[in-house]
Design a protein around this ligand. Structure first.
Ligand SMILES: Nc1ncnc2c1ncn2[C@@H]1O[C@H](COP(=O)(O)OP(=O)(O)OP(=O)(O)O)[C@@H](O)[C@H]1O
Ligand SMILES: [Mg+2]
Length: 372
């Protein structure tokens, strides 16, 4: 039995508002106690790994748990370094990090696609390294790359996925038709997948990930390539799934999406976790101040040194050709920077002051802009 009526309003682009795709679950799960976590901050100092197991959420069991998980690729690249991470049942957990941080490698290890060098990873009680076949049954994956089967059409991509996962022909057909309707792909069902737009292909991948009713879904940059309306609708779908008890792990470069939709976030850089908390917790702990961005003609490093002396803070970084200064408050920041730049005879080309948000928290932790 796949489908039950639902009462909630569904996004406009989902054309079967009375149908739910994910109840009841195929896999027997412990009772879920789902509420939005309000845990406290777990922060790591520079160069140190921080797990998030230190702030248990009452009643919520960990559905993903890694211990000292490590991946060293051939050639010696340490992509993920002793990662200890816990994701609680029913939460939307975001993995944020700059390019090359190790997000996809982490997702790859948790979904059996990448074999860890050392450490352990348990998903829904199953050791993913020891029992990859069982682990695959309880996970749904939307990879960063398009992994649709180019030899199958749209409908077949879903149907055979269901069959591969042990669903009966009838159940797979019903679920396929339902998901194509919900994801507004029904009119494309006989299309070759290479004929789909990037956004449609992504929607089909999300639908496929949900088809066998996994206990956890992993989405690696799921909203890349989607138009704004589809992005909003996708997050609404993820929110609905969460309401039904679904655990979601998502990587995203979009700070505003992470801020708005994730219960907790891990900020990752160089294969390590720099901080784990709720978006509000991260901002409260690391934000509250202001960031000043300065661009100028001339040697940017010299300007940074000048500003460091002038504002009496070491929180001055050179990021992508500009200087970024973190200050405890916005008031007076502009005058301070202008005076310092003039004293050093720098000609400013841009000066901006902004109150801290998740993006500035991210820059403070990693020294990098998230977007390229
Ligand atoms: N198959 C591979 N062989 C060797 N090195 C790899 C391989 N896959 C990834 N890497 C390296 O491992 C590091 C982490 O890569 P990964 O793809 O996990 O990062 P990411 O955070 O997902 O980045 P992005 O935001 O660009 O998707 C990078 O330095 C990358 O070049
Ligand atoms: Mg990636």
């Amino acid at each position: 039995m796949f489908l039950v009526p639902r009462l909630q309003q569904t996004p406009g682009w989902l054309s079967r508002p009375d149908i739910s795709i994910l109840r009841p679950r195929m896999h027997s799960l412990p009772p879920a106690n789902i509420s939005r976590p309000g845990g406290t901050v777990t922060l790591a100092s520079e160069g140190e790994s921080a797990g998030n197991g230190a702030t248990p959420h009452p009643g919520a069991a960990d559905v993903i748990s890694t211990t000292a998980l490590k991946k060293v690729y051939p050639g010696g690249m340490v992509a993920v370094d002793e990662l200890s991470l816990s994701v609680r049942r029913g939460e939307i957990f975001g993995l944020l990090g700059p390019n090359g941080a190790g997000k996809s490698t982490t997702v790859g290890m948790l979904t059996t696609r990448v074999i860890p060098t050392s450490g352990s990873a348990v998903v829904n009680g199953i050791d993913v390294v020891a029992e990859p076949a069982r682990a695959k049954q309880v996970i749904g994956v939307v990879s960063q790359a398009n992994t649709l089967d180019q030899g199958l059409n749209v409908w077949e991509n879903l149907y055979f996925h269901g069959r591969y996962f042990g669903m009966s022909a009838q159940a797979s057909r019903a679920a396929t038709n339902d998901l194509l309707e919900r994801f507004r792909l029904a009119d494309k069902k006989t299309a070759e997948v290479e004929a789909l737009s990037g956004g449609m292909a992504r929607r089909l991948m999300v639908a496929r990930a949900l088809l066998h009713q996994p206990a956890v879904i992993f989405l690696d940059e799921p909203t890349v390539g989607l138009d704004p309306q589809s992005r909003i609708a996708l997050w609404e779908v993820l929110g609905e799934l969460q309401d039904e008890g679904q655990t979601v792990l998502v990587t995203t470069h979009r700070m505003e999406e992470a801020d708005e939709h994730c219960d907790r976030l891990a900020i990752m850089d160089h294969g390590r976790i720099k901080a784990v908390d709720t978006p509000a917790g991260l901002k409260a702990r690391l934000g509250g101040g202001a960031s000043v961005t300065v661009r100028a003609d001339g040697e940017i490093e010299k300007l940074a040194s000048q500003l460091r002396r002038a504002v009496f803070t070491t929180e001055v970084q050179v990021v992508d050709g500009h200087v970024r200064i973190s200050l405890p408050q916005a008031e007076g920041a502009m005058q301070l920077v202008l005076a310092a730049a003039q004293a050093g005879r720098f000609r400013l080309t841009d000066l901006a002051v902004s109150c801290d948000n998740l993006e500035t928290v991210f820059v403070k932790l990693t020294g990098k802009d998230l977007r390229e």
